[in-house]
Write a protein that binds this ligand. Structure first.
Ligand code: FEO
Ligand code: CA
Ligand code: CA
Ligand code: CA
Length: 722
């Protein structure tokens, strides 16, 4: 079928290798997807077929029926050197400013920030939360979409030393009962911030204090459960005897958004805020709910004077009452979901349980096609966990697309597309193909059982499958991955990119896997891989560099796909530097990812890092890199799309301050402002008292660190990166 494509269009207008030839190689190195390759190849061509061929245009005229000629998208900045300072570094000609750092007041309920601020639960509930992570933008009007919008921002976790700096640290951080107000304050520093931001006439950005849109969702905010788990016995608690409500969202890592204008916030490392000392069930062990003491000991404030509605005791899931409606044994089962928020209205957040329950990194919509299902991709960021895809029952109706700023029921549209559908988990074959395995009660496991039966559930118990998503995925034969983090979708071709950040528990080929709960009485049931030998998309043992993979599907609801490694992280001097990285683009532990849909479908892939690997960390702090995917291609025999010959295409664009992770990313629709987040900086921003300031100023002395959004712009006001 690839020949048919070659014959239809003359693509080669340059001395570059023709895309048709690249596609031929791409096709020949793996078995052909049954019945789907033609469509997949067409979508690839539609996505960036012309791009690789037009950067040294030879003047060829487009023939009737051909795609119009396009200007090649090229990165027009010099890759910057690594940096290890208390400052953000950007290329020459760019500016970077701090915007909405932790503690910025959202309204008059909170006094302005000062470096000696003693944070209280009340102030924190009315200020920007801590440790910025995923984020997205929501326009209030199409006309001003690039200068005035709602920013939805995850506040993933807390830094107790910074939070409690004026008093020298948290009280009873590791043992003894935590004081009630400290716990409330910490709970309020987590969650999501919604804040209106505007570009001012002088080109800098500010937030809008007291905007009626400004809002916090914390780890105590009442939220609805929706989808298969809602109303089931699995989520009955003393707070919600009918299993339809819970409180709070925790450890919201990467984000997502929907085509109908809502924000998706994703619950990642939430299990550790709970404890469960007895009455443990299979999912408690699979997701590793702690015993003894939770991450911050919130449960130890139980019974404190003034505790209302079991606000602290709910973090202890040890059964204490006669039934589930008398205690919080099921409280952890109300976490682990994709949470939908309408940033435009004052509605409750909704946990969309149909998208599975695990340590969700993020959630990304697939290519949107009228009359086809809506697809969301997500990953479970733990060692040897899986990649998932949700396919809606409802078919996409463009009438449901977001109306900027409109006040109407977007969550009803969310219910239409996200409450009924099929959750799949990915199996990657060594030959570059893969399958999406359904997680439905009637699915057939690897050893021929009905999935519901294999899990010990009633035959039609979809809620039970969702509660036990990870065990269901084990039983179906999913491929254990090197910690899936962010995804990004090319909106034209539909190709999906996903970061696999690293995996210290990946073992050599031929080694036997070991199991998380080996030796327990639930050992028969999947129970996850503690270690797993290398496999196709995860080919390096003790993987410190991480990789970005890419896959494509013939259509949104297809259950087969083709995959390849896009780029391997490594230090330039590493022996397993499979992408041939140099000093100017070496990176490790890719994490954040964003597909910037510029250039007539060519696009820019932005890659952010969260690195702990010394090979790279001894050269540079965490960073942001960029590459135009259409400028690189997979050659026969190469381990990844980006190889030694492509080094000029992958460029370092920004470096963060010491101690930080670079995460969260989008650009304004006009591409003149790129927003990123600096999480857990060690000693930054430079002015400890200011909210808005230059992000590139090197801190002198010691400051109370504040995670922050950073806005990167060109000094001349032009588009970022090009
Ligand atoms: Fe919160 Fe997987 O990063
Ligand atoms: Ca992450
Ligand atoms: Ca990470
Ligand atoms: Ca290549």
């Amino acid at each position: 079928m690839s020949k048919e494509i070659e014959n239809h269009r003359v693509l080669n207008r340059s001395a570059n290798e023709p895309f048709s030839s690249i596609l031929e190689k791409h096709v020949s190195r793996r078995s052909i997807m049954q019945g789907g390759l033609g469509v997949a190849a067409m979508s690839v061509l539609g996505g960036f077929g012309l791009a690789g061929c037009s950067d040294s245009d030879d003047g060829g005229e487009a023939q009737a029926g051909e795609l119009p000629e396009k200007t090649a998208l090229a990165l027009a900045f010099e890759s910057i050197a690594g940096s290890m300072t208390d400052a953000v570094v950007v290329p020459e000609g760019y500016t970077a400013q701090v915007l909405i750092p932790w503690g910025t007041p959202l309204n008059n309920m909170a006094p302005d920030w000062s470096a000696d601020r003693t944070m209280t639960s009340e102030i924190q509930a009315n200020s920007v939360g801590m440790q910025h992570d995923g984020m997205y933008h929501f326009p209030l009007s199409e006309a001003e979409a690039s200068s005035d919008f709602l920013l939805a921002l995850n506040n993933e976790y807390i830094d107790q030393s910074a939070l409690w700096a004026p008093q020298g640290g948290a009280t009873n951080a590791d043992s003894g009962a935590r004081p009630a107000d400290e716990v409330r304050t910490e709970i309020n520093a987590h969650g999501v911030t919604i804040v209106r931001v505007q570009k001012q006439s002088n080109g800098t950005w500010t937030h809008v204090p007291n905007s009626p849109y400004n809002r916090r969702f914390t780890s105590a905010t009442p939220m609805e459960l929706s989808g298969p788990v809602a109303g089931s016995d699995y989520v009955v608690t003393a707070y919600s005897s009918d299993g339809t409500m819970t409180r709070g969202t925790n450890n919201n890592c990467a984000s997502g958004y929907t085509p109908w204008g809502t924000y998706l916030t994703c619950e990642e490392n939430w299990p550790e805020v709970f404890v469960k000392d007895s009455g443990r069930e299979m999912d408690d062990d699979r997701l590793d709910i702690p015993t003894g003491r939770g991450r911050y000991g919130w449960e130890t404030a139980a019974g404190a004077a003034g505790e209302t509605q079991n606000e602290f005791s709910r973090f202890n899931a040890t059964p204490s009452g006669a039934t589930a409606a008398d205690d919080y044994r099921n409280e952890p089962r109300t976490f682990g979901y994709i949470v939908e928020i309408d940033p435009y209205t004052n509605t409750r957040a909704v946990k969309r349980t149909a998208l599975g329950r695990f340590r969700h990194e993020g959630c990304w919509p697939g290519k949107l096609v009228e009359g086809e299902p809506v697809v969301f991709y997500s990953g479970h960021d733990s060692r040897n966990e899986y990649i998932y895809k949700f396919v809606s029952d409802a078919l996409w109706d463009p009438a449901d697309a977001n109306q900027a700023g409109g006040n109407y029921d977007r969550l009803a549209i969310g219910a239409k597309y996200m409450d009924q559908g099929t959750l799949y988990v990915a199996k990657f074959n060594a030959d570059g193909t893969g399958q999406w395995l359904p997680l439905t009660p009637d699915a057939t496991t690897q050893d021929g059982q009905r999935l519901s039966t294999a899990l010990g559930l009633a035959s039609d118990d979809l809620a039970g499958i969702i509660i036990h998503t990870c065990d269901a995925a084990d039983l179906m034969g999913a491929t254990p991955m090197d910690r899936p983090e962010w995804g990004a979708v090319d909106p034209v071709s539909g190709e999906v990119y996903m970061t696999l950040t690293n995996n210290s528990q990946r073992t050599e080929a031929g080694t036997a896997p070991t199991y998380t709960n080996s030796g327990s009485d639930i050992d028969e049931l999947g129970v996850g891989y503690a270690t797993a030998p290398v496999n196709g998309p995860n080919p390096r043992p003790d993987n410190e560099g991480g990789q970005v993979i890419r896959w494509r599907e013939p259509s949104p609801d297809e259950t087969t796909f083709e995959w390849e490694v896009f780029v391997f992280g490594a230090a330039a001097t590493d022996s397993n530097n499979l992408s041939g990285l140099t000093e100017l683009n070496q990176f490790a532990s890719p994490d954040g990812l964003w597909y910037d849909d510029r250039g007539d479908g060519q696009g820019i892939l932005w890659i952010e890092t969260d690195n702990g690997y010394d090979g790279v960390a001894n050269y540079t702090n965490d960073q942001l890199l960029a590459v135009v995917p259409s400028s690189v291609s997979l050659a026969e025999g190469d381990a990844a799309v980006i190889d030694a010959s492509d080094q000029a295409q992958l460029k370092r664009f920004a470096v963060g301050p010491n101690g930080c992770e670079v995460t969260g990313i989008f650009a304004t629709p006009d591409k003149t402002a790129l927003f990123i987040n600096i999480q857990h900086p060690g000693n930054w921003p430079a002015d400890p008292n200011a909210n808005v300031q230059d992000a590139t100023t090197v801190t002198s002395g010691d400051v109370r660190p504040r995670a922050s959004t950073v806005v990167i712009q060109k000094a001349d006001g032009g588009q970022i990166g090009v």
